[in-house]
Design a protein around this ligand. Sequence first.
Ligand code: 4NP
Length: 188
Amino acid sequence: MNKISVLFVCLGNICRSPTAHAVFQSMVDSEGLSQQIIVDSAGTGDWHLGHAPDQRTSAVAAERGYDMSELRSRLVEAEDFNQFDYIIAMDSDNLSNLHAMRPESYNGQLGLFLDYSQQNEQTEVPDPYYGGDNGFALVLDLVEEASTGLLAHIRGNSPELNDSLEPDNSPELYDSPELDNSPESPSL
Ligand code: 4NP
């Protein structure tokens, strides 16, 4: 089957979009979908190219078990519109920048991350960079919630995903002790 690819985008690619990258990747991995769904992140601003995520971001993420140590900031590129089925912005400024880059031929899904969220109070993931430490935990709360909604959306649009679970996650349909031990079971 074709792989599904998801790119998360914010401004600096050191706080919000790498958080989304790490959380959504963890969810994809734990659901046995890492061969089917590709996850990446990028920024619209170039101040932090090649940098690891902001330490405040990675510290809050580590408290909830997310590892961001491999992630490095990169810019969104024109080529991303050829590569990614979903290009997902953290806020409306990021989305405007992406719309300006979007080639007419792009037929993937370009939108706001929190449109996949169940909560209705916030429509954007707020930029935590110049705020206090609480902002980083709020980003993580919003990202975890929207990631669940995004994965449900992708599953709903891609029924083939539901047929392609990796072996460890397959239900053990024939693991019935009654059947296995029954003296009446015919030996074929
Ligand atoms: P992000 O946060 O877009 O969530 O990565 C920011 C990081 C850096 C800057 C702004 C926002 N900055 O101005 O350097």
